[in-house]
Design a protein. Structure first.
Length: 536
């Protein structure tokens, strides 16, 4: 089951799981409960429909939907048909989603109907309703040939999920399996789009072999095993949800319990009702769980494994998980999309102080170093840029050679843009971010991207965004704005506008109006001066 050869692929993993864990409960979604054998059959049916709709090896297939059984089936079906998966952030607005679909060249899209009161279909149609046109339903996305709505209803020019599956009934099982068997380990399995300091989202290209090897290791280090019941709150569009969640469960025969929306009440209810044993998530999720006034009314005794990261983890949080909830294993980790989502990880048995203050050591098969601006390795204790080399490093950014060259050195080292310190045992502590990224409730927020969007407001002449501490979310954005002459823009006006134009985690929670932004001699904003104003 582990990625031991170059021939290991996700389609083979799905089939092996369906055979090895045939009668084990695979997915629980409300009243729907299916075994691994049933999941395998559903994935094969989705793959047949992909073939019937012209999906070929290497074609990009997008999924823009929350954590659901349909997400799992549609994504694994597409990959089993040889496609490259392009997961889309559910917090995207229509224009943001259309941009990723356009630049990835996505040919087939699975999209949710209405989620959190928003019609994703309507949002996408508004964003891509005009353009040169093509064979599909959205003129602004000429390469997108089919859009499948994961719902019982769809516009006339889209397909419903039921009709899409029915379209594959004429494709034989032998044809589906032949396509799946043709997929090879070095093929691209997915493109995870992540933003950089330029504000332009970039797609990290990862192969089947890389994904399976990395999350086989992750599963080993975490101690995931058959019989575990895994509540997947981390979004599937992120490696933490899809790979550390879906793929890891397929490898070990654990039961997946997808949760579409983070709600502490729902998490507590799920843990108690489904005897959840595994709960990875950001520190904010865990803190909310511990502090909930109704926590003691729920039986959380089955919870045995928590994996966290993406932000500073207070030692007190680790101690409370162990003492108050009796969680036997609490681990921290560090990763980024460009390295498949996992770079370092603590080990079971590590001291609580190591777990709380570091992100652990390099996973097997990888090297981690801290380097100076010239790329020279620095000794333990010295801060510098975190760099990674190993099997998990991406092939590059999708169709972006310049951006790839900026982060991938010729000697194989990936420049992460994060500042960190290694201790003598090799444990990594992230201390700052070269890219000025901040983390809002576990989601990476990139100031340059937010600044680019805010700059579209007609009353904004200049803007800079930094992350500031927040008791609930860890960090949130603060915008420093220079108004255009004569403009009467208020902070509330700009925040309200932002909520209509960008994903919620990107929206600044506060706005400071200034006469000018502090800049250095080369014209770059001195964000250190802005941060100093916050901290005093």
């Amino acid at each position: 089951m582990r990625a031991e050869t170059e021939r290991e692929t996700i389609p083979r993993l799905v089939r092996a799981a369906a055979e090895r864990y045939a009668d084990v409960e695979a997915v629980v979604e409300g009243r729907t409960r299916i075994t691994y054998a049933e999941l395998g059959a559903r994935v094969e049916r989705a793959a047949a429909a992909c073939l019937a709709n012209g999906v070929g090896p290497g074609d990009r297939v997008g999924v823009w939907a929350p954590n659901t059984l349909d997400w799992i089936v549609s994504a694994l079906g597409a990959v089993s048909a040889g496609a490259v998966l392009v997961p889309l952030n559910t917090r995207f607005k229509g224009a943001e989603a259309a941009d990723v679909l356009r630049r990835s060249g996505t040919r087939l899209l699975f999209v949710t109907g209405t989620f959190l009161g928003t019609s994703y279909v309507a949002s996408l149609r508004r964003a891509a309703g005009e353009g040169p046109g093509g064979p599909g339903p959205l003129p602004g996305l000429p390469q997108l040939e089919r859009v499948v709505v994961l719902s019982e209803d769809a516009p006339a020019d889209f397909l419903t999920w039921k009709d899409f599956l029915a379209s594959g009934e004429g494709v034989g099982s032998g044809d589906v399996r032949a396509r799946a068997d043709a997929v090879d380990g070095p093929w691209t399995s997915d493109i995870i789009f992540t933003s950089g300091t330029t504000g332009r989202p970039k797609g990290a290209v990862i192969t089947h072999t890389q994904s399976l090897r990395a999350y086989g290791i992750w599963s080993d280090l975490a101690g995931l095993t058959e019989g575990d019941r895994y509540l997947i709150v981390n979004p599937f569009f992120h490696t933490f949800g899809y790979k550390a969640g879906v793929l890891a469960c397929l490898m070990r025969g654990a039961t997946m319990i997808p949760q579409p929306v983070f709600s502490v009440n729902t998490v507590l209810a799920n843990i108690a009702a489904e005897r959840v044993s595994v709960l990875p998530g950001p520190p904010t999720l865990l803190q909310s769980l511990l502090d909930h006034p109704a926590r003691d009314a729920h039986d959380l005794s089955a919870l045995r494994l928590v994996v966290t990261g993406a932000a500073v983890v207070p030692l007190r949080l680790v101690e409370r998980l162990r003492t108050e909830l009796g969680v036997g294993t609490v681990l921290t980790a560090y990763g980024l999309s460009e390295a498949g989502g996992v770079v370092t990880m603590c080990r079971r048995g590590d001291d609580p102080a190591v777990i709380a203050s570091t992100s652990g050591r390099a996973i097997p098969g990888t090297e981690v170093r801290v380097a100076d601006p010239e790329g020279r390795p620095l000794p333990p204790g010295a801060p510098g840029e975190v760099q990674v080399r190993g099997f998990n490093v991406m092939k590059g950014y999708h169709e972006d050679e310049r951006a790839t060259a900026e982060v991938l050195r010729q000697d194989g080292w990936l420049r992460t843009g994060d500042i960190g310190v290694l201790d003598p045992e090799g444990n990594l502590r992230i201390t700052d971010r070269l890219k000025d990224m901040f983390i809002v409730g576990g989601f990476n927020a990139y100031p340059a991207e937010i600044e680019q969007l805010l700059g579209l407001h007609p009353d904004v002449a200049d803007v800079a965004v930094i992350g500031v501490p927040d008791a609930r979310l860890g960090e949130v954005g603060r915008a420093y704005v220079v108004r255009r002459p004569g403009a009467l823009l208020t902070g509330d006006d700009l925040i309200a506008w932002s909520r209509r134009e960008m994903a919620n985690y990107k929206v600044p929670r506060s706005v400071e109006f200034v006469a000018e932004l502090p800049r250095n001699a080369s014209g770059k904003v001195v964000k250190g001066a802005l941060r100093k104003a916050v901290t005093g």
